[in-house]
Design a protein around this ligand. Structure first.
Ligand SMILES: [Zn+2]
Length: 152
């Protein structure tokens, strides 16, 4: 498990940031195409083979705490919004790679004031053992079911 040296990782991160800023306008969510029956018995759409009124184009996305939000799109903006939605996937992918490279940089960069190399395999094992120990101390003596039941 040999990672590239720090300057190489930093160069890679710079490249990714440049890629990120080149993504351009993007938006989350998706574009859907809907047809609907108006329900009037005399309307053409009441015929079984009629697809319904439409198409109606909607841009929707999931908003934190508000469920699905969105709005109807004018026909002339549908292609533009589709491109913008596609760019969000690109933004997310590059953003994820930046996070990965940045984590490697964090691991490779020594703490300030020391020349010590980053801690390798042996140190990681020791850290896991420490965490496991803390976890055991945090759990109640009578088993985990008490607090979980309390949450219901
Ligand atoms: Zn109708």
């Amino acid at each position: 498990m040999t990672e590239p040296p720090l300057p190489e990782l930093e160069a890679e991160r710079d490249r990714l940031y440049a890629q990120l800023s080149a993504v351009g306008d993007f938006r989350r969510g998706s574009v859907s195409e809907n047809y609907r029956k108006c329900g009037k018995p005399n309307c053409a759409c009441a015929q079984p083979e009629h697809p319904g009124h439409g198409p109606r184009f909607l841009w929707t996305r999931t908003a934190r705490g508000r469920g699905t939000v969105g709005r109807q799109l004018a026909a002339r903006e549908v292609e533009k919004v589709r491109r913008e939605v596609a760019r969000h996937a690109e933004f997310a992918a590059v953003s994820e790679r930046i996070a990965e490279v940045s984590e490697k940089i964090c691991e490779a960069r020594p703490a300030a004031g020391t020349d010590a190399p980053p801690v390798r395999e042996g140190g990681k094992g020791a850290l896991r053992r420490d965490r496991a120990g803390e976890g055991r101390r945090d759990r109640p003596a009578g088993g985990g079911s008490g607090p979980v039941a309390g949450l219901r």
